[in-house]
Structures are given as structure tokens and as C-alpha cells.
Design a binder for this molecule. Structure first.
Ligand code: URA
Length: 216
């Protein structure tokens, strides 16, 4: 299942447009905040699909019923570009457990790259609902590698991916490797460069959010 959150005209489309805009994206705080609020909308939409239970609430004047999640999700993110979207998810799923994964592109001299997965911190994932945030679903290889790793830490009940922009090639790859995963994205682009950048995309999400880094 794939949900494009800007399929219907809404503020999400405006925020994705601001992420893409070469002038507006120079404002790092706005860039991070736009990623965060796209994730907030995704959290709200995902919440409609989660299992709920009814609880009685005592008000000053009587009793009412309200819904509470049957279980808290585990919010997982891929460092460092995933952090603003992770925060957006956490703003809504404010009692969630959290997992952090460092997966990065280790570049070879010929321009190709492999995904290197290093630091991982996560809770027991047995029977948990996992929501993984990564702003750019490009080739899909870091997400699939992350999912394979997380699956070793327990048999998750369901897995969701939240991305700002997803590329059709990456979506197809994730669907092939992990057919049960649900993808929620701010928009979908069709092109991917040989170096794994989404076109038109927005550029390097990590650099735009946090500044350039040395190439390791
Ligand atoms: N990561 C990015 O930051 N941008 C892309 O276009 C692809 C992967």
C-alpha cells in the first residue's frame, strides 16, 4: 500500500514545494520544520489505521468515552536526515518507543555506493507496530537493509515507512523485497540519477537540514 499525501490538494503539497524550492530550502529551520510537519500529517493519517481501545474518562461533570491506542508504536529513524521527520512523528505519537539506526552511503571511487549500517539502538520489536522515517525514499536500499535488520530484533506486527519524497524505482524495490510494508509519502517523483538522487527531488536532505559533511 502506498499513500501519496499530496494527491489531494492540501497544505502538504505547499510544504513539499517549499522543501524543493532552491531559495526557500536555504532556510534550514524552515526546511526541518517542513519535514517535521509532513511527518505530523503522516502520523495523524497512520493513526486512523491503528488498533484502538475505548476508555472511560471522568470529567468534572460526568463520564465520557475516549479512544486510546492499544499499543504504542516504535518510531525508528535513519540518521541523520531522518531526525526532523522522526520528531514530527514523535510530536503526535508522544508516548512511543524509539529506535535509531545509522545507515549511510559508503561511496566507491567509481561513483557506486553500498549501504553501511552501523550504530543501532532499539527496543524489543516482537509484535510491535514500527514506523520508520526517512525523508528520501530513493533506491530504497537503506530502508530495505534497515527493515531486514529490524526483523532480526523481533517479529513486528506491521511496518510503515514515512518519506517526504519517494521515487517510483525505490517504491517498487521496497514493494518487491517487503510486500507487506505500507508507505506514506509527501510526493512521488519518477526519476533517479545514477548517483541515487531523486529528480526533481529536492537535493541532499541531510545537508539541507544540518549542513554539509565530509565524505567518508
Ligand atoms: N537522499 C537525499 O538526500 N536526496 C536524494 O535525492 C536521494 C537520497
Amino acid at each position: 500500500m502506498i499513500v501519496n499525501l499530496s494527491e489531494q490538494h492540501s497544505l502538504v503539497g505547499t510544504w513539499v514545494g517549499e522543501l524543493r524550492d532552491v531559495d526557500i530550502q536555504k532556510d534550514r529551520m524552515r526546511f526541518r520544520r517542513n519535514l517535521e510537519r509532513i511527518a505530523e500529517v503522516a502520523a495523524y493519517e497512520i493513526s486512523k489505521k491503528l488498533p484502538w481501545q475505548v476508555r472511560e474518562v471522568q470529567t468534572p461533570l460526568g463520564t465520557a468515552t475516549s479512544n486510546v491506542l492499544q499499543q504504542q508504536p516504535v518510531l525508528a529513524t535513519i540518521l541523520r536526515a531522518g531526525l526532523p521527520m522522526h520528531q514530527g512523528l514523535l510530536n503526535y505519537f508522544d508516548q512511543a518507543d524509539n529506535a535509531f539506526i545509522s545507515a549511510y552511503r559508503k561511496h566507491n571511487k567509481d561513483g557506486s555506493f553500498e549501504i553501511s549500517l552501523e550504530y543501532v539502538s532499539c527496543p524489543d520489536l516482537d509484535d510491535r507496530i514500527i514506523i520508520i522515517s526517512d525523508p528520501m525514499l530513493a533506491t530504497g536500499s537503506s530502508l530495505v537493509k534497515t527493515i531486514h535488520f529490524l526483523k532480526q530484533e523481533g517479529q513486528a506486527r506491521e511496518i510503515h515507512i514515512v518519506a517526504a519524497i519517494a521515487c517510483t524505482v525505490g517504491i517498487e524495490y521496497v514493494k518487491r523485497e517487503e510486500p507487506s510494508v505500507k508507505i506514506w509519502c509527501g510526493d512521488i517523483d519518477d526519476e533517479l540519477t545514477a548517483k541515487g538522487y531523486i529528480v526533481p527531488g529536492l537535493g541532499d536532505a541531510g545537508d539541507l537540514a544540518y549542513g554539509t559533511k565530509l565524505q567518508m
